[in-house]
Write a protein of this length. Sequence first.
Length: 217
Amino acid sequence: MRNPRQAVPAALLVFAACTGAVQAPAASAPPTAGPQAGHDAHAQHGPALAASAGPGYSVADVRFMQHMIGHHAQAIEMAAMAPTNGAGPRLRELARKIDISQRDEIELMKDWLRQRQQPVPTDEQAHAMPMPGMLTAEQMAELAAARGREFERLFLTYMIRHHEGALQMVDELFSTPGAGQEPDIFRFATDVDADQRDEIYVMRMMLAELDNPGGSR
């Protein structure tokens, strides 16, 4: 099977070109980790729902789908702030893409769980799962209170961190013996990895332009 990190669709690169993001991002360290970063990787994944293995899939596969539902749900909350918090058209378009793609993926994950008779997290359970890259309540409030360019800077910084958390979850899945082998799981996880790497690339370019006084919005 292919390495998920080698799967790089061109869609986000086209988005970058069409929105004018042509400046190469400056090399920099990942954003400073949030409060959860020092926790044990498995302990971060919050209250556990019931999960069982089945034909071709493992407990780790089920937990990955359950937790990624909650992870995507917070990204959708963040994206919903862009139209009301003074974001420019490029960031609003990026937020719209994140909203659409992650809503579709949540439905895919719920269907996958239902088809295998595995518990689907409720909205309350999904929001109670502190996973890698998840913003704290204080950070969400800070983002909600920001406006204009400051909102854009915070949104990009936090969404990059949030996406990096999803990449960590994919890494954990493929590092778990016997996990990530079922075709649907493998395809979904590699798509998440590739799409979110592409979006991180675009967001880093946009963030670099915000910090460049000569850059355009």
